[in-house]
Structures are given as structure tokens and as C-alpha cells.
Design a protein. Structure first.
Length: 388
């Protein structure tokens, strides 16, 4: 196969911060021409991550990590001329993506019904906090709020552990990948129908969907299913670090853990999951006391000899330096015009005939405005040039 699977697909991208940009970056990685529409002077909110307006600050690593392979244009969408420029781009585009609050695109004059009248083939994809209708439709959506309201934050591995914020943007990334799925499904559907449609995802729905097993267990049995709280699973300190053990998916994992630890077999006393759950504090304390007696590597070797699921607990830096990360093509080395040499995370989706590469470095604010205006013969009495 020559080229990329999404060559010829054009996306007008209103998104900012995380949910939308991670979605449009994946689409761009696979060949889509993503035109990122930004506010004159300030652009994507991620450009102000450091609260500064220097060129270096506005092209920071946080923004750049989500915006490779895109073109940036700045248009005043509140002006009549700006609106007409957007409408002209919609005529030449396949997909319009946003992650504003519900109703914002309509207020801007770019709602689905308006754009569909201009281009019946257009696909309008929106990522919101809680959906576009209902009691929370106009509530500000954000990753941490979705964690809290979906039930994800409420669960901990042990009742004694305080509830806390998951430290990675779990909801944003999940919803972003669902947005990618929706766009691809709509593009396939358009091949059959000839017309576009509205695609919607939300942070809230993505977190509810992620708990499909837990929800089924609760709906059927009114039982809380908490994978992190399983009695033979846990994170344990060693003499030089920590490791995680998953005591499951085996006939007698407790016996195997005891063998690895070199202690008497506790499985006759605690023979099943019910007994192990009732005595979880005791079992976990036994594990904790024994793992603290030797090194992480020592215990990993003994656990793996029993074919137990285990791994060291590492920092992100250690994970990035692991040879497996490079072998999996998860690191993209880029010579960025502002940041210099920088490493970005690659795509977790690997196509044998279309490997992901950086065709365009993350754009400076408005870098491609003149180029896009000329390419599409847009009406523009004033062009804001990129800062340099």
C-alpha cells in the first residue's frame, strides 16, 4: 500500500487541550490533512501551559505532544469574513471536530445543521464532558470531574487508602480514542450512504463504558467488582523498590505465591476466593513482610518461576528507556524548529504498511494561515502572520 490510509481526508479541527487534539493527531498520523483552527494571538489553551506568551512557551512540549502532522491557521471566527472562511473550508473538508461544551458550535454559527446545509457529506464530531443533552450537558467537562462522577474515583484498592485523582488523563485519552472510532465509522458509513452525520462522545460516557464488567456485576448481583481490591493482588515494597503481583488466572495462585516467597502453603487454610477476601488484611500483611526482605529482581525471578503475573513498578523515565519501548516504535525523534531535538510518543496502533512518522512538526500558531488561504482561495482581507 502506498501512502497512508487516510490520505485525501481533510479535517477542520477546532479542538484544544487533550481530548480533541489526541484524536485529531491520530487521524493526522494516518494521513489526514488536519487544519487546526486557532484563536488569533492565543491559540489552543495548551499553548499557555506555562502562562507565558513567548514563542518558546507557546510551542511547549505539552502542546507539541498532541499536535504533530497538523497545519495551524488563525481566523477570527466571530467576524463575518472569518465565518465565511470557515464555511469555505467546510465545503472542502470531510470532518469537523470540536471539543467545546454542548451548544458552543451552534452559537458560533458552526452547528451540524448549518454545516450540513453547506456540505451534506460533512461529518461533525464532538467530544463533550457529559453529552449534548441532559442535566449536565452545559456543565464544564474535565478529566478529573469525569473520574469523580462516573464512579472511577470512588474505588481504591483498600478502604484505608484515601480517594485520589488518577494522575494521567485517563478520561481525555479514552474519549479521544472513542472519537477516532466514531470518525472512522462515519467515514465508512458515508462510503455507503453518500452523506455525513453527527458523531458524539463524552468523557463521562467513556468512563462509564470502561466499567462495563463492573456495571454488569452491579446490575445483576448488586456486588461491587473492584479488580484492584482482589485479595491476592497488590503492590509491595522490596529492599530496593517495589513490585506488583496479580494473584489470579491460575488454579491455586495463593499456593504459588507462598512457594515463591518460600513460606508454608496458606491455601489449605484459605482455599477459595471467599475465604481469601475475608482474610485479605492478614494475607496482604504476610506478603508485605516477606517481599520487604529482598530485592525486586530477586522476587520477580521467583514469582515468574511460578508463572505468576508480576512486574516492577517503574517511573515513566525508566519505561521510556526500556528497549521494548523503542522496539515497539513508541518513540519518535523530531528536530523541532523551536524546541530543538525532542522525543514524542508514537502511535500505539501499528499498521505494517503505514508506519507513523512525523511529516510535519507541531505547528507554530498560525504558521499555515497564508498557505491555507491561498490553497483554498479563501476571502481574507487580513492575514495574521506567525510570530517569529
Amino acid at each position: 500500500m502506498s501512502g497512508h490510509p487516510l490520505d485525501g481526508v481533510r479535517i477542520l479541527d477546532f479542538t484544544q487541550v487533550m481530548l480533541g487534539p489526541c484524536a485529531t493527531q491520530m487521524l493526522a498520523d494516518f494521513g489526514a490533512d488536519v487544519i487546526k483552527l486557532e484563536r488569533p494571538g492565543s491559540g489552543d489553551l495548551s499553548r499557555s501551559f506555562y502562562g507565558e506568551t513567548s514563542v518558546e512557551a507557546m510551542n511547549n512540549a505539552v502542546f507539541s505532544s498532541l499536535n504533530r502532522n497538523k497545519r495551524s491557521i488563525t481566523i477570527d471566527t466571530k467576524s463575518d469574513t472569518g465565518k465565511q472562511m470557515v464555511y469555505d473550508l467546510v465545503r472542502a473538508s470531510d470532518v469537523v471536530v470540536d471539543n467545546f461544551r454542548a451548544g458552543v458550535m451552534d452559537r458560533l454559527g458552526f452547528g451540524y445543521e448549518t454545516l450540513k446545509a453547506i456540505n451534506p457529506r460533512i461529518i461533525c464530531a464532538s467530544g463533550t464532558g457529559f453529552g449534548e443533552t441532559g442535566p449536565y450537558a452545559h456543565k464544564g467537562g474535565q478529566d478529573v470531574l469525569a473520574q469523580a462522577m462516573s464512579g472511577v474515583m470512588e474505588k481504591t484498592s483498600d478502604p484505608s487508602i484515601p480517594k485520589s485523582i488518577y494522575p494521567t488523563t485517563l478520561c481525555d485519552y479514552s474519549a479521544g480514542m472513542h472519537l477516532v472510532q466514531g470518525v472512522l465509522a462515519a467515514l465508512l458509513a458515508r462510503e455507503k450512504s453518500g452523506v455525513g452525520q453527527k458523531v458524539g462522545v463524552s468523557l463521562y460516557d467513556s468512563m462509564i463504558a470502561m466499567q462495563m464488567q463492573e456495571a454488569a456485576q452491579w446490575s445483576k448481583h448488586r456486588e461491587v467488582l473492584n479488580w484492584a481490591a482482589m485479595p491476592l493482588t497488590g503492590v509491595f515494597e522490596t529492599t530496593n523498590g517495589s513490585l506488583v503481583v496479580v494473584g489470579a488466572f491460575k488454579i491455586n495462585p495463593l499456593q504459588d505465591i507462598c512457594t515463591a516467597l518460600g513460606i508454608d502453603d496458606l491455601s489449605p487454610t484459605y482455599p477459595d476466593l471467599s475465604a481469601q477476601r475475608k482474610n485479605k488484611p492478614f494475607l496482604q500483611n504476610v506478603f508485605r513482610e516477606n517481599f520487604a526482605k529482598n530485592t525486586t529482581q530477586y522476587w520477580l525471578e521467583r514469582l515468574e518461576a511460578q508463572d505468576l503475573l508480576c512486574a516492577p513498578v517503574r517511573t515513566l523515565g525508566e519505561a521510556l528507556e526500556d528497549p521494548q519501548t523503542a522496539i515497539n516504535n513508541m518513540l519518535l525523534e523530531v528536530d523541532h524548529p523551536i524546541l530543538g531535538d525532542v522525543t514524542f510518543i508514537g502511535s500505539p496502533v501499528h499498521l505494517s504498511d503505514a508506519p507513523v512518522s512525523v511529516r510535519r512538526p507541531p505547528p507554530q500558531l498560525g504558521e499555515h494561515t497564508e498557505e491555507v488561504i491561498a490553497e483554498f482561495n479563501l476571502r481574507a482581507p487580513h492575514v495574521e502572520k506567525v510570530a517569529s
